[in-house]
Design a protein around this ligand. Structure first.
Ligand SMILES: [Zn+2]
Length: 477
C-alpha cells in the first residue's frame, strides 16, 4: 500500500469510491468483467453484518436453510411479471457434464421460484404455517454497468422467504422485516435510512408491494439499501402453494421475500468516508482499535511494546490489533489505518509509558481535537465510551447531512434544480407519467414514498393534480 493521496471526494466522488475500496483492500476486480473478489477485510465487514442481522432474524422467529443455485429455466417462466423482470439478467446453463441439457438451468438471480416449488411440497395445512426461512447465499444477475459492491454480476446476500395464512400476516411480516433492516442500518451501521413504499414502476417483479430503506450517500445520491416484498398470492398461485384452512377449504398461501446484500458495504463506505479514506462504524468495524507503538531505540522499543501488549490484553473484549511491524514508520501506519477506517487509534511512546498513559486519536474527528491522553487505569471504560461516542457521532453527522440536503420543492422548476444537489421530497399524484417525465428531464427517479408523511402533500409537483402523498425524487445508484 502506498501513501499516495486518494482523489478527494469533491473532485471525483466515484473515483474516490473505487480507490478507497481497492486501497483499503475491501475488494478487487475479478477476471470476469463485472465480477468482484471480496478480500478478507471486506469480508470481515460482511461477517459482522451477517452476525448482527442473523441474530435479528432468529429473534423474529426465522430459521436458516440452503436452496440450490441451479433452477430449472421453466420455473422462472411461471410468474409472468417475474420472468419479464429477470429474463434480461439471467445466466443460463445449457451444457452439463459435456452434454447438452434437456432443460436449460438458470443460475439463481433470486430464489422465489425454487423456494416456492419446495413450499408447495412442504405446506399442506394451516398447521404448517407460517413458514419463516432465510438463506445466506450468492446470486447472479447479468448487469451491464457494474460497480464494486453496488452492482456486480455476482453478489452475496440473504433472502428471506415466508408463507402465511392470511394477507394481513404477510403484510405484517413484510413490514416487520423492513423494520429489522432499518434498525440494523441505523443502530449498527449508523446509516440513517428512510423507510417507505416503492412506486408501482419501482417494485420487485412479481410483488404486490415493495418497501425499501433508502440512504443518502455523501454525493447526495440515494442508495436502496434493503427491500421487503409482499408477494400476495402471485407466487403461491404460480407454484401451487396451497393449504387446507381452518374450515377445511383449500386456499393459496400469502408469501413474502426480503433481502439485504453486500451492496450495503457500499452504503457504509459512501455514508461515512472522507478524503482520508474509510470511516467504519465501531459496531461493524473488523478492527475497532489499532495500537501503534512509537520508539526510537531498542530499549524504548522493549518498554513500549510491553505496554502495547498490556493495553491489548486489557482491551480483549474489543476487536483490537497491535501494529508492531518494525519496517514501517508510525506515520505510515497512521495513514494506513486511517485509510482503512479503524475507528480508534492508540499511540504509545516512551513518555506515555512513563506517565502510565496512552494517546488516543478518533478517526471521526481529524487533527488535534480528536486526540486525548488517557490513563492506563481507566482504559477499558474510556475506550468503550469513545467507541459509543464515535458510533453516535457518525449517525448524527449522517442524519444532519441527509436533512440538510433534503428539499421540499413546490414547483417543477425548483424540483429540477434541487435534484442536482440533494433529494426532493415532493407531492406526487402517483401517476407513472409524472415519474417518467422527471426521470427524462433530470435522471432522478422516485426512491420511496416515506412512511413519515408529516409534511402535508397538496398538488403534484409535476402535473399540478391533487397529490395525497410526498415521494422522494433523487438520483440513485
Ligand atoms: Zn402528477
Amino acid at each position: 500500500m502506498s501513501n499516495e493521496k486518494i482523489t478527494p471526494q469533491s473532485q471525483d466522488f466515484s473515483e474516490w469510491y473505487n480507490q478507497v475500496i481497492l486501497r483499503a483492500e475491501l475488494a478487487d476486480y475479478a477476471p470476469v468483467r463485472g465480477c468482484m473478489v471480496v478480500r478478507p477485510y471486506g469480508w470481515a465487514i460482511w461477517e459482522n453484518i451477517q452476525k448482527t442481522l442473523d441474530r435479528r432474524f432468529k429473534d423474529t422467529g426465522h430459521v436458516n436453510a440452503a436452496f440450490p443455485m441451479l433452477i430449472p429455466k421453466s420455473f422462472m417462466e411461471k410468474e409472468k411479471e417475474h420472468v419479464e423482470g429477470f429474463s434480461p439478467e439471467l445466466a443460463v446453463v445449457t451444457i452439463g457434464g459435456g452434454q447438452e441439457l434437456e432443460e436449460p438451468l438458470v443460475v439463481r438471480p433470486t430464489s422465489e421460484t425454487i423456494i416456492g416449488h419446495m413450499y408447495a411440497k412442504w405446506i399442506q395445512s394451516y398447521r404448517d404455517l407460517p413458514v419463516l426461512i432465510n438463506q445466506w447465499a450468492n446470486v447472479v444477475r447479468w448487469e451491464m454497468r457494474t460497480r464494486l459492491f453496488l452492482r456486480t454480476l455476482e453478489f452475496y446476500w440473504q433472502e428471506g422467504h415466508t408463507a402465511h395464512e392470511t394477507a394481513e400476516e404477510a403484510e405484517e411480516e413484510t413490514l416487520r422485516m423492513l423494520d429489522v433492516y432499518a434498525d440494523f442500518a441505523i443502530n449498527e451501521a449508523a446509516v440513517p435510512v428512510v423507510k417507505g413504499r416503492k412506486s408501482e414502476s419501482e417494485r420487485f417483479a412479481g410483488a404486490v408491494r415493495t418497501y425499501s430503506i433508502e440512504g443518502m450517500m455523501k454525493d447526495t445520491r440515494a442508495l436502496q439499501s434493503g427491500t421487503s416484498h409482499n408477494l400476495g398470492q402471485n407466487f403461491a398461485k404460480a407454484f401451487n402453494i396451497q393449504y387446507l384452512d381452518r374450515n377445511n377449504v383449500l386456499q393459496h398461501c400469502w408469501t413474502t421475500s426480503w433481502g439485504l446484500s453486500t451492496r450495503f458495504i457500499g452504503a457504509i463506505i459512501m455514508t461515512h468516508g472522507d478524503d482520508q479514506g474509510l470511516i467504519l462504524p465501531p459496531r461493524l468495524a473488523p478492527i475497532q482499535i489499532v495500537i501503534v507503538p512509537i520508539y526510537r531505540s531498542d530499549i524504548e522499543r522493549e518498554a513500549v511494546l510491553t505496554a502495547a501488549r498490556e493495553v491489548e490484553a486489557r482491551l480483549s473484549s474489543f476487536r483490537c490489533k497491535v501494529d508492531d511491524r518494525a519496517e514501517m514508520t508510525p506515520g505510515f501506519k497512521f495513514n494506513e489505518w486511517e485509510l482503512r477506517g479503524v475507528p480508534l487509534r492508540i499511540e504509545i511512546g516512551p513518555k506515555d509509558v512513563e506517565k502510565h498513559a496512552v494517546l488516543t486519536a478518533r478517526r471521526d474527528i481529524p487533527g488535534k481535537e480528536g486526540k486525548l491522553s488517557i490513563g492506563m487505569d481507566q482504559i477499558e471504560e474510556e475506550v468503550a465510551n469513545f467507541l459509543t461516542a464515535i458510533q453516535n457521532n457518525l449517525l448524527d453527522k449522517a442524519t444532519r447531512f441527509r436533512d440538510e440536503n433534503t428539499f421540499k420543492p413546490e414547483t417543477y422548476e425548483e424540483l429540477k434544480q434541487v435534484v442536482n444537489k440533494g433529494w426532493a421530497l415532493s407531492p406526487w399524484c402517483g401517476r407513472a407519467e409524472c415519474e417518467v417525465k422527471v426521470k427524462e428531464d433530470t435522471k432522478a427517479t422516485t426512491r420511496c414514498i416515506p412512511f413519515d408523511q408529516s409534511s402535508p402533500a397538496g398538488k403534484c409537483v409535476v402535473c399540478g393534480e391533487p397529490a395525497e402523498e410526498r415521494v422522494i425524487f433523487a438520483r440513485a445508484y
